[in-house]
Design a protein around this ligand. Structure first.
Ligand SMILES: [Zn+2]
Ligand SMILES: [Zn+2]
Ligand SMILES: [Zn+2]
Length: 254
């Protein structure tokens, strides 16, 4: 399995427009972060988790030729805003894109993209085929098992996913012990770490490190990062063994 980090930034991305801080003006490419998304490739399937506002550029940058499914973690704009740009895949494959989302996330998609779901259709609109998932049931994409992990983003349920030895959790500030058990034994575990100061709906770096310590995984990668976290190289050098800051373009072979 190959995992490519397409974006590792929080909802505003880095640089934050108009900001002159050391991170936003850094010349280290690892300090540039598009909105969070990953691409999971296995012999069976090519899967994108979340299609945020940078989706089009992410597909071009990583040269994603084929998508078997887009899986959504939740309905916040920084995770769904790029869905309109699946149209080239519809065109090349001449079929809808399979989309996997909970009922709650589907409500956000219907709100945001009423023209996709409207009875009045016209040529060239995105074509998607909706598959309903829930936190407790493993589902399958092209024979590949995907186990949802239910986490809390303040009061909102967000889904993480375990795919083989890879576990991905973004936008969380609470994971129940029984849900964290689902990531146990992962070779690579991704979890969000926004910044140092407390936040109402995201883990701080310190909190994310604590989660990683109890998760019983081999390597942990932090994502959904704000410019307030600091320079990539500085933060990375101070992390405990087996923990890393992710960065755009990082690939893992699992
Ligand atoms: Zn987010
Ligand atoms: Zn900044
Ligand atoms: Zn969110």
């Amino acid at each position: 399995m190959k995992v490519t980090f397409l974006g590792t930034g929080t909802s505003q991305g880095i640089p934050f427009i108009g900001c002159q801080c050391s991170v936003c003006t850094s010349i280290d490419k690892k300090d540039n972060r598009l909105r969070s998304s990953v691409w999971v490739e296995t012999p069976e399937a090519s899967i994108i988790i979340d299609s945020g506002p940078d989706f089009r550029y992410q597909m071009l940058r990583a040269k994603v030729r084929k998508i078997d499914a887009i899986i959504f973690t939740h309905g916040h704009k920084d995770h769904i805003a790029g869905l309109d740009d699946i149209r080239p895949y519809n065109f090349h494959d001449n079929k809808p894109i399979e989309v996997y989302a909970t009922e709650e996330t589907q409500q956000a998609l219907r709100r945001e993209y009423q023209y996709i779901f409207s009875n009045i259709t016209y040529p060239g609109i995105p074509q998607i085929s909706l598959n309903t998932i829930n936190a407790s049931d493993t589902f399958t994409v092209k024979g590949l098992d995907i186990q949802p992990i239910s986490v809390l983003h303040y009061k909102m349920e967000v889904l993480g996913f375990r795919i083989g030895n890879f576990s991905y959790i973004t936008d969380a500030n609470y994971i129940a012990p029984k849900e964290l058990l689902k990531v146990k034994g992962s070779e690579a575990f991704v979890v969000n770490a926004l910044r140092h100061e407390p936040h109402i709906s995201h883990y701080t770096l310190k909190e994310a490190i604590e989660v990683a310590k109890t998760a019983e995984v081999k390597e942990t990668y932090f994502t959904h990062i704000s410019h307030q976290l600091g320079l990539h190289a500085d933060v990375e050098s101070r992390l405990p063994d087996g923990m890393h800051l992710s960065y755009d373009g990082l690939t893992l072979h699992l």
